[in-house]
Design a protein around this ligand. Structure first.
Ligand code: SAM
Length: 272
């Protein structure tokens, strides 16, 4: 049987070993992006995990037939959780002739929309794929042409009415699709839309930086993150699947739609 490992995997691919950073066990409150399951739930359901730092995978050289990476931060970079997946480690563990399946290797997506399109282009266009900050640099101009407002610490918070602040990662297809779905919901439904501010989680280099956006959010283990203010007061905050679910309730969509959309796109890449 081929040895397949999903780096940054959360059981979204069946029958593989899912590698994760130690934060999913050492910090409480972690939930999987697609289903909101705890680590224990996933293990109980029979999924295999390898908890290991991205910089030092505890595997010998030349043992893996297939490495998979889906919706993870750019390889060879650093986020608030530490170093991301390292291409040197991928090359080291892959057998000669083994494959690295980057979900974004090929570009044939028909139903592109603005934010997801940014993710697709960054993932697939050879001229920008290797530039880790390309999508982050384009994010502000995309927000400027959307119904959202790019919020920075120190900017005002509306004193009246509802306000949402949503933090997203440009490397997460789920987060980019989320913004498209909310933009679409606003266009369709809302006569008097609430204020929707957004920020790029790449602006947060360490955990404490998130507090400057959503005070008291605690340890952020997954994106998206959301804060909800009423009449100028922070009333609620969520992250990961709970944030998706919260926003789904507010804007009238189903969180499963977001997951299915991204999964369909991944499958389309595999068959392209
Ligand atoms: C959006 S989730 C995607 C999970 C799954 N592969 C999927 O596509 O459904 C991003 C994953 O990247 C992992 N990851 C690995 N290294 C990371 C890092 N340095 N910073 C943030 N997330 C990281 C997280 O633990 C998280 O499980």
């Amino acid at each position: 049987m081929p040895f397949r490992i999903n780096l940054g995997g959360e059981a979204e691919v069946l029958g593989v070993l899912n590698q994760q950073g130690r934060w999913i066990v050492s910090l409480s409150g972690w939930r999987s992006s697609q289903t909101g399951q705890t680590f224990e739930d996933l293990v109980r359901a029979g999924h295999d995990f390898l908890i290991a730092d991205n910089t030092a995978l505890p595997l010998p050289d030349d043992v893996v037939d297939e490495v998979i990476t889906n919706n993870i931060p750019p390889v060879d970079s650093v986020t608030w959780l530490g170093p991301t997946v390292q291409s040197s480690e991928v090359r080291r563990i892959l057998k000669s002739g083994g494959r690295w399946i980057l979900q974004w290797h090929r570009s044939v997506h028909q139903a592109m929309t603005a934010f997801f399109d940014l993710f697709v282009r960054h993932s697939s266009d050879p001229s920008v794929r290797d530039d880790p900050t390309w999508a982050d640099r384009r994010f502000p101009e995309l927000v400027a042409s959307s119904p959202f407002h790019l919020w920075r610490p120190g900017d005002p918070v509306p004193e009246r009415g509802d306000r949402y602040l949503i933090g997203v990662a440009t490397w997460s297809g789920y987060d980019m699709r989320l913004l498209d779905v909310i933009a679409e919901a606003l266009r369709r439904n809302r006569v008097d839309p609430p204020a929707i501010d957004v920020f790029n989680t790449a602006e947060c280099r360490q955990q404490q930086d998130f507090d400057r956006y959503i005070s008291g959010i605690g340890t952020v283990l997954q994106t998206p993150v959301v804060g909800y203010w009423n009449n100028g007061h922070l009333a609620d905050s969520e992250q990961a699947y709970a944030a998706l679910d919260f926003l789904a309730g507010v804007f009238g969509f189903c969180s499963a739609e977001i997951v299915a959309f991204v999964q369909d796109w991944i499958k389309a890449q595999a068959h392209a």
